[in-house]
Structures are given as C-alpha cells and as structure tokens.
Ligand binder design. Structure first.
Ligand SMILES: [Fe+2]
Length: 279
C-alpha cells in the first residue's frame, strides 16, 4: 500500500481531473437539477438537508442513471496505481451543498473502504476536516475544482462545518479491495460482498450485468417506435459516391442532396451531374 496513505490515512490529489472536466461536471449537475433528475434532500433533521443529490442513499436513482459512474470507472486504474492496491468500484454520488448545509462528524459505511471526495465547483471555499491517522489531529483540506482527497473512509472521522457560501459541488467515489476484509470497524465484512455495492443496493448493476442488459434489450431500445419499418435512403444506397473508394471532403459525404447525379432534394436547386454538392 502507498506508504504515505498508510501513515496518514489520506492523500491529497491535486488536479486529479482537469479543471475543464470539473467545470463540465458542474454544468451537468446543474442541468440535471434543473431537469428534475436530482433529489433534494429536504429539511432538517435530514442527514443531508439543504443538498441536491444524485446516486447517493438520499436519492432513489441509483446505478444506471448516474452519469458520474463514468468518472468512477475511468479513475479506478489511476486510484489503484496510487494506492498500490487492486481495487473494485463500489458506488459514487454527486452532491451539491447549499448555504446552511453541514457534514456531521462521521465515518463512512463498509462499501467506502477507500473514499474519494473531489470538488467540481464552488461559489465559496469550504474545507473538509479529517483525523490524521498518525497524529490523531484534525487536518484540513480545501480543494479547488478537480482536486481530491483520497482517504480511509470507514476508518477515519471527517466532517465539514456549517457552509456559509451559496453552493459547493462535490463528487464522492468509493472502492474496496478486490479481496480480503474491509477492516475496522468492519473486520468481518468481506470486500468481495461489497463490489459494485450489491450488498446495499441489490438493483445496482455490475459492469457485466449492465452489458448483458444492453445486449438483451438493444432491439427494443434502438428500434422502438417501428423505426425499423422506416426505409433507408434508397438513392444514397445506390449512389456511386456512397460506395466510392475515394475519400470525400468534410461536408461532401453523401447526405440529402449530395448524391452523385440524383437531384432528390428540392432544396438544392443547381445540382450538376456527376459532381457532389454540399448542402
Ligand atoms: Fe463521509
């Protein structure tokens, strides 16, 4: 295991993702909130009052409609390399905190053996405190968008004080070891049982289940509404240009009105024979 992580119980990962990606994630989060895809965690005494959530236990929409799993899966090899451990994803959720929200002093559930909290955007700063494994003292970390803290989620207490800014957009990603036990305080919990968070959310899909699902349902999904009864474009299919071995310039691929010698698009008024046209 990474020696610094083992000693302090956490690592700071500056620029884990590019700022542009963090900005885009915040834009996605806000659009999903606007479109009603997020759950508002409500009013106190709800544990996560004054937050918008996707994918967490505060939210009914679990795996499958949470776009941030793309980041969880794509970052897994990098986090595995940093930790020097073979790890498997468990779950992730994205939460946007509003003025007045807080994060009580706590440790994470068993599926969070390795937890990562990454800032995606913020109107004002909001440091997180974590108990340093070697000193026992509270260390503070304030990240910029794209910066993350990787920590022992089940073992180390962490918290945030009352937020006085307008909004703070954060992504949490979790992993467990491929084999072995979670460790204190979950000494008897097998890591394997927590892979992809199946132990907590039976409906959660493993990557294999997700793949089987689309392989089983592709026809109903892609060819719904009798799309398969709509004829393809016959002239395009017949054209020489469509089958030409000569590369076409951008904008000259056969589209409406650009098929060789076939004036089938009434919008294109001056088609010369034997010459492709841009529309
Ligand atoms: Fe936590």
């Amino acid at each position: 295991m990474n020696s610094k992580f083992e000693k302090n119980g956490y690592l700071i990962l500056k620029n884990l993702i590019p700022q542009d990606l963090a900005d885009y994630c915040t834009a996605v989060a806000f659009e999903l909130i606007r479109d009603g895809r997020y759950v508002y965690a409500g009013v106190p005494p709800h544990e996560h009052s004054r937050t918008w959530n996707v994918g967490g236990h505060s939210c009914t929409c679990h795996f499958g409609v949470n776009p941030f799993y793309m980041l969880l899966y794509s970052l897994t090899p990098k986090i595995s390399e940093i930790l020097e451990q073979e790890i498997v994803p468990t779950y992730c959720y994205q939460r946007t905190y509003l003025r007045g929200s807080l994060m009580a002093y706590h440790t994470d559930r068993a599926s969070s053996q390795y937890a990562l909290t990454m800032n995606l955007g913020q109107s004002h700063k909001w440091p997180i405190s974590i108990v340093n494994r070697s000193t026992g003292k509270h260390d503070q970390f304030q990240g910029n968008p794209g910066d993350a803290m990787l920590y022992m989620g089940t073992a180390l207490e962490h918290h945030r004080n009352n937020y006085e800014g307008d909004w703070y957009t954060q992504l949490m990603m979790m992993w467990v070891n491929k084999e072995g036990y979670i460790g204190p305080p979950f000494d008897n919990e097998l890591c394997e049982e927590h892979h992809y968070d199946k132990k907590v959310h039976e409906e959660a899909q493993t990557p294999e289940e997700a793949k089987n699902s689309y392989l089983t349902n592709w026809k109903d999904i892609l060819y719904r509404d009798n799309i398969s009864n709509v004829a393809p474009f016959p002239l395009a299919l017949e054209s020489d240009l469509w089958h030409s071995s000569q590369a076409t310039k951008h904008g000259q691929v056969p589209r409406w009105g650009v098929v060789k010698g076939k004036n089938f698009n009434p919008i294109v008024k001056k088609l010369k024979d034997d010459e492709p046209h841009e529309v």
